[in-house]
Design a protein around this ligand. Structure first.
Ligand code: SF4
Length: 385
């Protein structure tokens, strides 16, 4: 993993949209999470498998390294399958070009021509036939990341174009995000080299200069603040969210249209309120004051402390096993983790059904198709016949 610069590519959505966030975040402590550690383990495995498939790692070294990675706390057969999927994608992309140069885990990609001290690490770079391909492997599954318009990918591509400019005069750039726990197919953006450079010169350079100099305007929004280290304490975000409630509607009763307008503006409010809760709780845990608030014990469920002995006792008392045990099949996800996705799919072929999900409210820009309640489908069908 490469070292992070102030204007690192992975947080570029933030400093490009909200330039003062860069210096503000610098003052906040960095934290790691189990998700981040799991992602690192998955990337190491993906790099190992891809290097082996490319013939860069001899069999014995590969087997030794694989054995070591398998002992890691995050390793699962599912992780291995996704690593193999990444390796297949790298091979597939490489075969699209004649005599390509393929580099994995490319550290020190320098895009400082546009963003001061900007350097990053790309998972895979392929150079061939005047095309630059940059692939990023993401193991997260809670938050989908798309390639179109993705500044992290574009900054890696700028760094890679600079790195390989002496061996190739690039016409086009293909940027791919492979997020296998969300989709088996990568999300792709293709730009011509002049398009990418125009974006870098006209958009990145001035925004990066503001961020580096700790200037520019704060620009809070749901997407931009989501992973900001200052999100709990950021006053700019607080002010914007509080202002949302200044306007009072004219009529006594709200219409759905007015409610929709408020919801559109309030995208960040729910997340902001949980962040404030966390801020107050952390203070109380540290013994600091937060007037009007205290910590209380949450609900907890009773449980049997020594199950084997309790079962023995119940059986001895003549209680039938069916009254003691509640045998339930494990979820598909757990089975997939244990068996691997392919084997689970093979064995459960024909058994897996997907019932219609519950209707959820989403902005009109959401990529999912609009939900049609069953009653409306039947009504429409009856009208047609
Ligand atoms: S919380 Fe949001 S508005 Fe505040 S610095 Fe971070 S990204 Fe900018």
């Amino acid at each position: 993993m490469g070292k992070h610069s102030l204007l690192s590519a992975s947080v570029s959505l933030r400093w490009l949209s909200c330039p003062p966030s860069a210096r503000l975040e610098e003052t906040m402590p960095k934290t790691s999470s189990a998700y981040a550690d799991e992602g690192t383990a998955a990337r190491q495995l993906a790099e190992l498998v891809a290097n082996y498939q490319l013939g860069n790692t001899p069999q014995t070294r590969y087997e030794d390294a694989l054995k070591r990675l398998k002992t890691g706390q995050y390793f699962t057969p599912e992780m291995f399958e996704h690593a193999a999927g990444y390796a297949r994608l790298v091979m597939r992309e490489a075969t699209r070009h004649t005599s390509p140069l393929i580099a994995l885990e490319v550290e020190g990609l320098d895009y400082s021509e546009w963003a001061p001290e900007g350097r990053g690490t790309a998972d895979c770079v392929i150079v061939g036939d005047k095309t630059l391909v940059v692939i990023d492997f993401k193991y997260g599954k809670g938050y989908r990341v798309d390639a179109p318009g993705n500044s992290q990918m574009r900054l890696y591509a700028l760094g890679a174009m600079t790195e390989y400019q002496d061996i190739c005069d690039f016409d086009s750039v293909r940027m791919m995000i492979y997020q296998p726990r969300i989709s088996g197919e990568p999300s792709v953006e293709e730009l011509t080299a002049p398009e990418l450079l125009r974006w870098a010169n006209e958009y990145v350079r001035p925004r990066a200069a503001l961020a580096f100099a700790d200037e520019g305007e704060f620009a809070p929004s749901e997407a931009v603040c989501k992973f900001c280290r200052a999100k709990e304490q950021c006053r700019a975000r607080t002010e914007v969210n509080l202002k949302l409630f200044d306007e009072s509607p004219d009529a006594l009763l709200l219409t759905a249209e007015e409610a929709g307008e408020i919801l559109k503006k309030a995208g960040d409010v729910k997340a902001w309120l949980s962040d404030l809760e966390r801020l107050v709780m952390t203070a109380l845990f540290k013994g600091e004051a937060a007037p009007g608030w205290k910590l209380v014990e949450g609900r907890s469920n009773r449980r049997i402390a020594d199950e084997p002995s309790a079962v023995e006792l119940l059986l001895a008392a003549g209680v039938p096993e069916t009254d003691i045990y509640d045998r339930k099949m494990k979820t598909i996800t757990t089975l997939e983790k244990a068996l691997g996705k392919n084997r689970a799919a093979e064995l459960l072929n024909g058994f897996v059904v997907k019932p219609q999900g519950k209707a959820t409210l989403a902005p009109i820009t959401d990529k999912r198709p609009a939900f049609m309640p069953e009653s409306l489908i039947i009504e429409a069908f009856e009208e047609e016949n």
